[in-house]
Design a protein around this ligand. Structure first.
Ligand code: VGL
Ligand code: ZN
Length: 244
């Protein structure tokens, strides 16, 4: 190889290097843009248990439970990450009155993880009662977290089962996606929304429960307990317009 050819080779390699670097830079710019394109990537909306059995006509109906669904649909536009939870029990679930003969509905029984309410059978795997209400818009949801599918443990929270330590996987998903603020809507305010909000706050997410997008089943002092928890764990409760 003569000197000239040698220098030509060096120059073409340098040019190729620059080209490759430009390509790499362009690529990383592009991925950055994709991130920025998401109009809101630090917030998540968790829609809790908007299922037929928690709506009028269902076996564990929340009064007017179906009336909040249009509000839940309206607020979805503010979020890129929308997650649904779905109560999903086997027919022989230990919380069901049908599996606790002689025990009164809504009374308490002792389980290894603490007190358990005796519920009417509800959200049985594969049944109509377990399906999302037909008016709920589920198209934008990225994932569905099912809970309560182990016979001997109930699961109110979207994050943990009622032993307070068995994960559903939701915390991992939100942490991996770098979510900082968690907004919660759905049914019922005093059980699954309550427990989901407390766990969210304990996990370090700034937590918001959206007033116009939730309602309680209201057993004894369950609503009062819920608002006490919100105060204790600094959970924000108010209209979406106050937070977004
Ligand atoms: C719920 C009671 C039992 C709820 C679920 O979604 O609030 N309540 N299972
Ligand atoms: Zn349940």
């Amino acid at each position: 190889m003569n000197r000239r050819k040698f220098f030509q080779l060096i120059l073409s390699n340098i040019a190729a290097g620059i080209f490759i670097n430009r390509e790499l830079l362009a690529h990383s710019d592009k991925s950055k843009k994709t991130q920025n394109f998401d109009h809101n990537n630090k917030d998540a909306l968790i829609i809790v248990d908007v299922q037929n059995d928690f709506c009028p006509g269902g076996s564990l109906a929340v009064k007017d439970g179906d009336k909040i669904i249009s509000n839940i649909n309206d607020i979805q536009k503010y979020f890129d990450l929308i997650m649904l939870t779905q109560d999903w029990h086997p027919i022989d679930h230990s919380s069901f009155s049908s599996n606790n003969p002689g025990k009164e509905l809504f009374s308490l029984k002792d389980m290894p993880y603490g007190k358990q309410v005796i519920w009417p059978p509800h959200c049985v795997i594969g049944t109509y009662g377990a399906e999302f209400h037909e008016t709920l818009n589920t198209d934008s949801a990225k994932m569905i977290i099912r809970k309560g599918f182990r016979k001997n443990i109930d699961s109110y929270s979207g994050f943990f089962e009622n032993d307070r330590e068995t994960h559903t996987g939701l915390a991992g998903v939100l942490k991996n996606l770098n979510i900082k603020r968690v907004f919660i809507a759905g049914l019922a305010l005093d059980f699954c929304v309550h427990y989901t909000a407390v766990d969210s706050a304990k996990l370090g997410f700034e937590t918001f429960v959206i007033k116009e997008a939730t309602l309680p089943v209201d057993l004894e002092n369950s609503v009062e307990k819920t608002f006490n928890s919100f105060k204790k764990y600094k959970i924000n409760y108010g209209s979406i317009s106050e937070f977004i």
